[in-house]
Design a protein around this ligand. Sequence first.
Ligand code: NAD
Length: 450
Amino acid sequence: MTVSVVNPATEETIATLESAGVDDADAAVAQAKAAFPAWRAVSPADRGRLLRRLATLVEEHHEELSRIESANAGKPIAGARGEVGMVADVFHFYAGAVDKRHGETIPVAGGIDMTFREPLGVVGLIVPWNFPLNIASWKLGPALACGNTVVLKPAELTPLSALRLAELALDAGIPEGVVNVIVGKGSVVGQRLVEHPDVAKIGFTGSTEVGRGVMEGAAATIKRVTLELGGKSANIVFADADLERAASAAPYAVFDNAGQDCCARSRILVQRGVYDRFAELLIEATRNVRVGDPSDDATEMGPLISSAHRETVRSFVETTPLFEGDAPDGKGFWFPCTIVEATPDDRIAREEVFGPVAALIPFDDEADAIRIANDSPYGLSGSIWTQNGARALRVARALETGVLSINSNSSVRVSTPFGGFKQSGFGRELGMHGLEGYSEVKNVYYSTEG
Ligand code: NAD
């Protein structure tokens, strides 16, 4: 069995790889298990040094990795460069974090009580195709910093950057067996990692549907899981917002990465008094999104990941759109920026599209905005646009979502926690919070009596 890796902008096969099976997954777990005792024994400062070398190698191979990611995922090269830059920053951050996460001493009678943060052992990391290397690094950084060894399973559609990163990890001096990458079907090798008795934890990013199965599968071995799942985030624009700023930013919050972004603000909620004016400004701004060849520095949006995914995205556009942008003809899985007027009950306003389709929804007042925004099984991200500071904080506290921005649409930073509420998952990645999911607290009591 082989995996054909296709460039979504040209439909050309750019690599053909062996597809791993259950035996290969078992072998990778065995390697990671064998490498664990030595890796956890590496002194914290040296583990930090190795992670920093990896970060530096990612920087030195920045353009190469960006090109791989752009060709494999169809993402504009400018965006890919930003993502690879973040990968290096993530490894720098966790290189510095290795020796800054302390245990506690707790006052108790008759002795001393102390806590340790122990690594889990072998962790399975399962990632999607939309930000392949970025999301892998969010898991690899804290997992390695805590002293775990890993088996990373990239999405079948986008394995190339993870394979290259594994080579760079070896070049950095991280011992063989610590970082293992297997390319294969989720239902085969992903499932095997979930069930494997020697895998202590699964760090998963992907769809809510597959995440549910991961959680079920992990139950048999009481495996730890963290889940970063789907989203249907709201971008809430109040009448007192700086409308020009909100409207010029809104397209990039939903059409970036061709809408294939778990944080996509794909529900744009606009207060009725300014709805028409905002819609005009939004259309004007969306018209300016440059869609085309991902290898062109000026391109802002590339194609979708696959032909099958394009059909799924198309199925969501059930009415005549308010606006439809341009997209290249011919080869490539292109889909135009699309804005649809919707009510909160429409399918387009309820389900994750994972494509460049925005639902524009009016609301009456603050309470109505909160009600509509929270009326979703998801709770990942979102934005609030208003010049009233008290309202901004009131609404931020009321929204059932893990990552919010006020007068901005940016929710992902290396040093701040990222993750969802409700069916968008649980556990946090990035920042110091990201370390929580890759270690176990051990409590030790030492009697000082006698
Ligand atoms: P997916 O759930 O289909 O696949 C994700 C990964 O799981 C892939 O590596 C896949 O091979 C693997 N997989 C599939 N079946 C499996 C199984 N039975 N057992 C174990 N692993 C299995 O998701 P996708 O289509 O690759 O990515 C899109 C989804 O990811 C969207 O829903 C998006 O919202 C979500 N996502 C979430 C975040 C976040 O941080 N919350 C980030 C990016 C993407």
